[in-house]
Structures are given as structure tokens and as C-alpha cells.
Design a protein around this ligand. Structure first.
Ligand code: NAI
Length: 337
């Protein structure tokens, strides 16, 4: 078991006397800034002139230019998208950093891939909620917590980790528990889910749809069975309430036997090769290089891939089932990231 920290393990007072700056007021920025304020600290918000700035003002924050916050704050939470962080860091943050400042990231991405390299004397920590921003705020207001990964860097002042833990407490994470982790672990876990687990599930769902339609089933009935009924979500919820395997007991004996007896053949050697390629692309930085080049080129492949996805017959069936989808969607609340 990795070390897990709870409220009682964490000294919140290490934040006292430090100016905390929150760069960005989006999904995580808004949630974390509000939680930090409700935990007794008044963060400075740094945001460019866009609608997020207006939201921060409506929430009664005084909003400053990013470079002003970088100048004034000793603890800076980097809560803008990972892909824009290096450029914003170089132009608006780095010139204002002083020895003893601490940069806090909500993902391991830029530190692990070396696209942000804080100067000597400036610490880098990670407080990475395993939760979307809206829920970070909602759970805090309900006095509940959420899982979080916390890390410092080898060679930095040990006080940096205490600051990371205090921030994890201030945003409400240690109410449930914060795991001690690393920048590398966060990146690998996160990107591997995005590049192996979720695309694997999506591809299997499409194969399910295609094979059943090919065998004479009605596409709308298949789409309803696949995801529009909400059963998918109920199974995912049951994995939490009854356990990953325990939820199988909620299915019929025929279903249980079908699932357990056919599970292994769903991972043939070719699939395992793809799984290995996926993790190597992440660890070696190959994916990072590819994605950086894609962004520099104006994301031509991303546009093509989106277009291809939306041309799938499942998307067309879903469009025909719009009314049904809206009714089921009401049971599951607003869409989340
Ligand atoms: P977001 O997409 O909600 O960020 C919006 C904010 O970024 C706004 O304040 C906007 O003004 C600012 N921004 C966007 N482009 C900018 C630019 N070019 N220059 C200056 N400011 C710019 O970001 P999100 O999703 O909250 O992610 C922030 C960090 O949190 C990332 O490191 C992400 O990996 C991490 N994270 C996000 C989660 C989520 O719920 N989305 C979950 C856990 C971690």
C-alpha cells in the first residue's frame, strides 16, 4: 500500500504567511480556488481576459494578470491546460520566479516530459485530483473528499511535500485520502487510460454495434442496449458499490458464466502487443512528441479523426434516438469531462 494521507496527518498551517496564486479559472482552477478560500486562505487569481475571468469576478475574486500573480505569489497552482502551460510558463511565469517559490501542478505531464523545468531553488509539486473540477467543488461543499495523487521531486526542499499535502487538504482531498505518488506515475496512469483502456472500450462497443447490425439486429435497438439505456453506467456504479468482480453477482447466472468463461479470449496475443506499444509510447515520450508536433501543425489529424468518428453509423443511430437520449440523460445529471 502506498502512503495515504488524511486530514489528521496534514499541517495546514505550512500555508500560512505564503501568498497562494491560482493560474487559470477553468475546471480545476475555479473548484480549487473556491475550496482554498473556504479553507481559510485567500488565493490571488491570474487569468487572461476571457470568459473564465468574468466567472472569477462573479465569484468575488479580484483577478490579476498571470504575470502579476507570478510576481506576487510564493505558491503557484498551474491550472491551465497542460498543452498551453509551457508557453505561458516561459513568457509570463518564469521571469518572475524567485528562489523558494513552489509551482504546483494538477498533472505530471509537463514536469515528467521536461517541457517545464523550474529554475534551481524553485520547487515543483503535484496535487492531482482524480476527479473532475465540478465534483471537486461539489464534494467539498458536501464535506466529502475525493482521491488525489500528491508528489514532490527528489532533491527539492522536503518542505515542498508538506506544502503539497497542505494544498491537498485545503482543496478537500485528504478528507478521503491523498496517495503519495510521483509525476511519472500520474502521467503513465492517466495517459494509459486515455490511450489503451478508453479507446479499447470504445472500439469494442463499435464492434458490438457493427456485428449485431451485420447479423440483422436493428441499429437503434442495439444503440439503446449499448449505452442509451444507462445500463453501462449502472454497471460502472455497481463496480463501486459491490466491487469490480462483485457486481457480476447482480447479473443472471447465464450472464455470469458467459462473462467469466469468455473473458480470457478477449485478450489475444495481438492485443497484448498493442497494449505494450501503448505503454512504451507514453514512457518513451514518443506520444508526447507526436502530440506536440500535431498541435504545432494546427491539429490536422485530430480534425480528420473527429470527422471519421462522427461518420460511424452508431453516431447516426444516436442522432435518430435524440429524444430517448435526452430523457435518459436527465437521470444522470449534467455531462462531465
Ligand atoms: P481548463 O481547460 O478548464 O482551463 C481553462 C483555463 O485555462 C481558463 O482559466 C483559461 O483562461 C486558461 N487558458 C486556456 N488557454 C490559455 C492560454 N493560452 N493562456 C492563458 N490561459 C489560458 O483546464 P483544466 O481542465 O482545469 O486543467 C487544468 C489542469 O488540471 C491540467 O493540468 C489538467 O491536466 C489538470 N486536471 C484536470 C482535470 C479536469 O477535471 N479537467 C482533472 C484533474 C487534473
Amino acid at each position: 500500500m502506498p502512503r495515504m494521507y488524511h486530514d489528521q496527518d496534514v499541517d495546514l498551517s505550512v500555508l500560512s504567511g505564503h501568498t497562494i496564486g491560482v493560474i487559470g479559472y477553468g475546471n480545476q482552477g475555479r473548484a480549487q480556488a473556491l475550496n482554498i478560500r473556504d479553507s481559510g486562505f485567500e488565493p490571488l487569481i491570474g487569468n487572461r481576459d476571457d470568459p473564465y475571468r468574468d466567472t472569477a469576478i462573479k465569484d468575488n475574486f479580484v483577478v490579476h494578470a498571470i504575470s502579476d500573480v507570478a510576481e506576487r505569489a510564493a505558491i503557484l497552482l498551474m491550472l491551465i491546460p497542460d498543452e498551453v502551460q509551457p508557453q505561458v510558463y516561459e513568457s509570463q511565469i518564469k521571469p518572475h520566479l524567485k528562489a523558494g517559490d513552489v509551482l504546483c501542478f494538477a498533472s505530471g505531464y509537463n514536469i515528467f516530459y521536461g517541457t517545464i523545468e523550474p529554475p534551481a531553488g524553485v520547487g515543483a509539486i503535484m496535487v492531482a485530483p482524480r476527479m473532475i473540477g465540478a465534483a471537486v467543488r461539489d464534494l467539498y461543499t458536501r464535506r466529502l473528499g475525493f482521491p488525489c495523487l500528491v508528489a514532490g521531486r527528489e532533491g527539492d526542499d522536503p518542505q515542498c511535500l508538506s506544502i503539497a499535502l497542505a494544498l491537498a487538504r485545503a482543496i478537500g482531498a485528504t478528507r478521503l485520502g491523498a496517495f503519495q505518488s510521483s509525476f511519472r506515475e500520474e502521467v503513465v496512469i492517466d495517459l494509459f487510460a486515455e490511450q489503451m483502456l478508453w479507446p479499447g472500450i470504445i472500439k469494442l462497443c463499435l464492434l458490438y454495434f457493427e456485428k449485431l447490425v451485420e447479423n440483422g439486429c436493428d441499429p437503434e435497438i442495439v444503440a439503446t442496449e449499448l449505452h442509451l439505456s444507462g445500463e453501462f453506467v449502472e454497471i460502472a456504479k455497481a463496480m463501486i458499490t459491490h466491487g469490480f468482480f462483485g457486481q457480476l453477482k447482480l447479473h443472471s447466472q447465464t450472464s455470469q458464466y458467459g462473462q467469466l468463461s469468455r473473458m480470457e479470449r478477449m485478450a489475444p496475443a495481438e492485443l497484448l502487443t498493442c497494449v505494450n506499444i501503448a505503454i512504451q509510447e507514453i514512457i518513451s515520450g514518443r506520444f508526447h512528441t507526436e502530440w506536440t508536433k500535431e498541435q504545432e501543425a494546427g491539429k490536422p489529424n485530430m480534425k480528420r479523426l473527429w470527422q471519421h468518428a462522427l461518420e460511424h453509423p452508431l453516431a447516426k443511430s444516436e442522432a435518430r434516438l435524440e429524444a430517448l437520449r435526452k430523457i435518459v440523460a436527465r437521470s444522470y445529471g449534467p455531462a462531465s469531462d
